[in-house]
Design a binder for this molecule. Sequence first.
Ligand code: DC
Length: 219
Amino acid sequence: MIVVAIDGPAGAGKSTIAKALAKKLNLRYLDTGAMYRAVTFAALNRNLDLSAESAIAEIASQCVMHIDDDSIFIDGVDATQAIRGQEVTRAVSVVATNSLVRTELRGRQRQWVSEHGGGVVEGRDIGSVVFPDATLKVYLTASPMVRAKRRVAQSGGDVELIAAEIAERDQRDSSRSDSPLMKTSDSVTVDTSDIPVDEVVDHIERLVVAQQHTKQASN
Ligand code: DC
C-alpha cells in the first residue's frame, strides 16, 4: 500500500501538489485540513465556545463526514465553500489544538486510507504521527511572502494582513503540544518558492518510485 505524507505550513502548495501527485500515481487524495475545518464549521454553526473541548470533540466523534477531492459534507450539510471562509480559517487552529478532536480525526484518517488502499495525504502531522511508516514523507515549504501572495491570489485580501495571519497560524500549529507541525528526520524537504508545480510533482513522483524500489529490494 502506498501512502505519501505531505506536510508543511499554510500556503506551501500542499493541496495543489498533493492533488496532482495523486492523479499521477493513480491514488486518492485526502485533505486532512478540510476535516479540521469541517469540525470547526459545525462548532461555529452550533454557536459553541471554541474552548468547549469535549463538546467539540463530540462533533468530531459523532458526525457523519463525507470527503472527496472536491467536496466535504458534515452531517449532510455541504461545507465545501464555508470551510474556506474567513470565519472558519480564523478559528480552525484553535480547534486543531484540541487533543480529543485530533484523536478522533486521526482515527478517521487512518480508516479512510485503509478503505482506499493508500493515498496521498496532506496535513501537518501526517508523517510524524498519523502515518509514521508512510512510503514517502515530504515536508513542503515556501518563503512567508510567497505563501501570503498565493493565498491572496486564491481568495483576495491584503498581503501584509494575510502574511500576519499565516504567521500566527504557523506559530499556533508549530507550538501546540499535541502533534505540532514539524519536519521529521526521515522526510524530504521541498521548497516550492521558485519551482513550478509540475516540476515539484515530477520530483516527488520520482522519489516515490525510488522509495518503492528500495522497499521491494529490502523485502
Ligand atoms: O491545511 P489547512 O490550512 O486547511 O489546515 C487547517 C488547520 O488545521 C490549520 O490550522 C492546521 C490544522 N491541521 C492540523 O493541525 N493537522 C492536520 N493534519 C491538518 C491541518
